[in-house]
Design a protein around this ligand. Sequence first.
Ligand code: NAP
Length: 355
Amino acid sequence: MIDNAQKSIAILGASGYGGVEFLRLAAAHPHLKVTYCAGHTSAGEKLGSLYPHLPAPLADIVLGDMDVEKAAQLADILVFCLPHTAAMDMMVAGYKMGKTVVDFSADFRLKNVEDYESYYQVTHTQPEYVQTAVYGLPELHRDEIHGSRFIAVPGCYPTSVILALAPAVAAGLIATDNIIADSKSGVSGAGRKAALGTHFSELTESFTAYAIAKHRHTPEMDQELGTVMQAGAAPVQVTFVPHLVPQIRGILSTCYATLTKSATVEQIHSIYADFYADEPFVRLLEPGQIPATKHVTGTNRCDIGIAMDQRAGRLIAVSAVDNLIKGLSGAALQCINLACGWDETTALPVVAQWP
Ligand SMILES: NC(=O)c1ccc[n+]([C@@H]2O[C@H](COP(=O)([O-])OP(=O)(O)OC[C@H]3O[C@@H](n4cnc5c(N)ncnc54)[C@H](OP(=O)(O)O)[C@@H]3O)[C@@H](O)[C@H]2O)c1
């Protein structure tokens, strides 16, 4: 029985890595009751047969069809954990039925539909809802997320890069058209489906860059850093180089930017400390300390460390997130907490698994 303080929630795509991790968080949430889980090729299967780590009663959930009307009959909140384009029309259908809809994919993140269509090489079927969607990064859009019913969860790489650089951009400290973001991601970032590039023998004891300066997450970084830049600054341009590394979880982003004015590392640290003073999930490390993916594994935290190359006049900001939590399912839950008016930190882990 659902009381007034509770809301029911459906997870469409609970058979994927993002969906099953979201289920783990939602199942422990005091105000949420999971009432429907759906799969695509795995519809009809028990979650426990796909994911042996799940105990009962989660293991006994039988995945239903990817049916937005059925999900809407059973739930107040619909979370779509699907590849881009797969949930585009269902998001809008659920929204029109009065539900709160949350999208894990990139479909509603980019405000410029032409950028979306060019980077993703697809046609957007719901362009009129792009402006309705709120970009679900509370550190930049908390007020808009409050009470919103249409949330686009940020990409995992963009979360790490935007959080690493937003205070410097907002303070006018760095040249906005000359930023380099070098990111390394664990393999779970590519989802559960099997592929040659994520095959154990192909990936282990090796790593490489990919999609150099043309990755789909690049315009998201430009867009969001652009929302905090000072008037008169050049349009944000991030040269983004991602790498896949042989570990399961975690993203480490090392971001380089040219300083526009002279500043000590202590002064920059104090600007970052002010910017993130009230943020429950950003941990600013002391100058000289450097984040590591292992320190945030299993948490909704983003750890940030800053350093300077004094000789080159360059700021180096390093951030670490767990791609499946702060980079996805935890970010979604943080937004749902805000949208529903609950304590933003409810049911979100902050202490990392160790060792
Ligand atoms: N993994 C990350 O770290 C991460 C981070 C940020 C954002 N994201 C985004 O989150 C979304 C989910 O990613 P994931 O890593 O969870 O992927 P995943 O593990 O591959 O799971 C994909 C899910 O979508 C379903 N699905 C696949 N093709 C479908 C289709 N054509 N129509 C309907 N459903 C379909 C799958 O169902 P079946 O398995 O039953 O076929 C599965 O439930 C993606 O848009 C991804 O870009 C992922």
